[in-house]
Each structure stands twice: as C-alpha cells, then as structure tokens.
Design a protein around this ligand. Structure first.
Ligand code: BGC
Ligand code: CA
Length: 349
C-alpha cells in the first residue's frame, strides 16, 4: 500500500508541477523504477533456463520512457528452504513483484505469507500451486499450460506415426511395446502427461503393451542411465519411448547412441517442450515428435502481467481462467513444421 501511495503521490506532484509551469515538457517525465525478483526451482533445468532467458528479454522490452525495470534472478537449486530464503532476500531488497517457480508445489505457505505481509504480488509459473493456496490472496497468479493438452497431443503424434508407419511395430505382433520416462513425482505435468498420452494412444484403437516405466526427474543424464538399464533388460523389443519432456527423450537417444544401436533397431521417441536441442533432434530425425511448451508465450504473459499488476492497470485484456490462471496452448511439432518453431525461437534471441 505504501508503495502505491508513493507512486500516486509522485504522479500527483508531477501533474501539479506541469500545471503550475503551464506547459507539458517531455523532460519532466517521472521515471518509475520497477524491481522484479525471479526464483527458479533449479537453474540446471533446460526448459526453465530457456524460459527465464525469454522472460528477462521481455522485461527489458517492456521498459518505457517512464518505466525502468530491473530483474534479479535467483536459483533455489532444488530446495524449497533455499527458495523461501531467496524470496525473503528479494522482498528485503525492495522487490515490487515476484515471479516464482516453486520447488515444492504443495509448500507455498512461507512464500505466500511473506508476500502478503509486504504486499508484493506473485506470478507463479510452470509449477502450479495448489488451488486453495493461490486463492488465498487476490494478488497471486499462475502462468503455465494445461498438461492434459500436452499429453493428448503427444498421444496423437505417436498414434499418427504408428498408423502411418508399419515399421514401428518391429516384431509385427500388432501391439506396440513401450516404455515411459517420467518427470518428477508430484509435478502436475509428469502425472497428467503420462496418463493422457497413454490413454490417447489406446483411445485411438492402438494396442499398447507397457514394458516398464522409469522416473528420470526431467533430467537428461538420469534418463540416459535409466534408458540404458531398460535397453539392457528389453533390448530391441522397445518400439516406443514416451518421455514427459525433451531432456529425457534426448537422454534416451543418448543411451542408444552410447550403445551404437542402429536406426533399424531403435524405437520411435517422443518428447515434450521443443527446447533448442529438442528441435535439433527433430530436425536430424532422432526424435519423432514433440509438443511445444510455449515458453515465449508464457514468458511474455508473465512479464506483461507482472508490470500490469504493479502498475494497478486494467487486467481485462488478460485471458484468465478463474480470474488468476493464464494457460498458454501447446502445439504439435514434427519434421513438417519444426522450421516454424526454430524461427520462433530465433526471433526471441
Ligand atoms: C517441462 C520440463 C521441466 C519442468 C520443470 C515442465 O513443464 O516440460 O521440461 O523440467 O516443467 O518444472
Ligand atoms: Ca510390437
């Protein structure tokens, strides 16, 4: 409240100044300084670091003659306790708004209490807080995407390939033997993507046989280890790999590379995200398809929302779900349209 009053007061003083001078000189513009604090759950996460890089660019571009934006990014390094400390430091340092990528989606109370107490709005992103927590205060928002949609799209991509290319069913038994590489347990995107991807393929009339699943926590190196074990166990009977994200799909491909397994004995691999390296794997044909997790769209929505909330602007142009959630749509990526996504990413840099 204090900050809003100060901002209003400076505006009023400016108006008085202009009125008494009897003219509206440009050089008298009051510059507002907006300090943004961003906390990543883990700076080593490929998707998150690409998203945060877009976010920094967007805040830079939203600056105006009368608006100076500074951004401080902190890394929680996978610890909720560290993240709470980061938030405390950012608030103590005078942040006007926070963008928080939670470590533990279910443990938000310390952060929300701090923000409420100091009247600092929060835009949570990518790791969705529990609904009751988000609804605790009207200056809490979430920007992300709907994991059901990504699971459906991954399932549709896989089903299209299986139907159009009979070589996917390598042992010709009329069923597709598959393995799953899953993200962190408890993450909304991991649980929902897995369930929906599999049910979409089954729902399209394709018979699936699950050989195994493995948790690789979104991580390429872990996926390489897990996939190597699965290859040792199931050999060439694995016909399809469904990965909850691109980094794990790339880790699976790394495992086949390490074992020098030829193209003819490899499964079709599907990911999610469309990271830079994910798109490269589609371009070179090692990954069959991915689902674009629109980091450019999410970053821009977050940056615009953060500025609008601090400035007390009209929020009616935002396409909210339940007044607080902004979900950006996913898109399917295959060899046919990968160039469009590559261009979109390059446009950002
Ligand atoms: C992305 C993953 C990322 C995770 C982090 C997911 O939406 O698809 O690549 O590791 O978010 O929270
Ligand atoms: Ca088969």
């Amino acid at each position: 409240m204090k900050k809003i009053m100060a901002a209003l007061l400076s505006g009023v003083l400016l108006l008085f100044g202009l009125a008494s001078a009897g003219c509206a000189k440009r050089e008298e513009t009051t510059i507002r300084y907006l300090r943004v604090g961003v906390v990543e759950y883990n700076a080593n996460d490929t998707f998150i670091s690409e998203l945060v890089s877009c976010l920094k660019d967007d805040f830079r571009d939203l600056q105006r003659e009368d608006l100076n934006i500074s951004v401080t990014v902190k890394d929680a390094a996978g610890s909720q306790r560290t993240e709470n400390t980061c938030v405390e430091e950012l608030i103590d340092g005078g942040c006007d708004v926070l963008c928080v990528n939670l470590v533990d989606r279910a443990t938000t109370s310390t952060i929300i209490d701090l923000a409420t107490e100091h009247n600092v709005p929060i835009v949570f992103f990518n790791r969705e807080p529990v609904r009751e927590d988000l609804m605790q205060w009207d200056r809490l928002y979430y920007v992300g995407s709907d994991p059901t949609q990504s699971g459906e799209m991954q399932g549709e991509l896989a089903a299209d390939l299986i139907r159009s290319d009979s070589s996917v069913d390598r042992n010709k038994d009329g069923k597709i033997q598959f393995v799953l590489l899953e993200g962190e347990p408890g993450h909304q995107d991991a649980i929902v993507r897995t369930e929906t991807s599999v049910s979409t393929i089954r729902g399209s009339g394709i018979e699936l046989e699950k050989l195994s699943y493995s948790i690789a926590n979104w991580n390429r190196a872990q996926a390489l280890t897990r996939m190597s074990q699965l290859i040792t166990q199931y050999g060439s009977s694995i016909e399809l790999v469904l990965a909850n994200n691109d980094d794990m799909a790339l880790g699976a491909i790394d495992a086949y590379d390490r074992k020098n397994i030829t193209e003819a004995d490899r499964p079709a691999v599907f990911g999610t995200d469309g990271t830079k390296e994910g798109l490269s794997a589609i371009e070179d044909g090692t990954m069959a398809g991915t689902v674009y997790n629109d980091k450019e769209g999410q970053a821009l929505a977050m940056a615009k929302l953060a500025v609008a909330v601090v400035e007390g602007a009209d929020l009616s142009s935002f396409n909210f779900t339940d007044g607080r959630y902004l979900y950006l749509p996913y898109q399917k990526v295959t060899t046919e349209n990968v160039a469009t996504f590559r261009a979109k990413q390059q446009g950002e840099n």
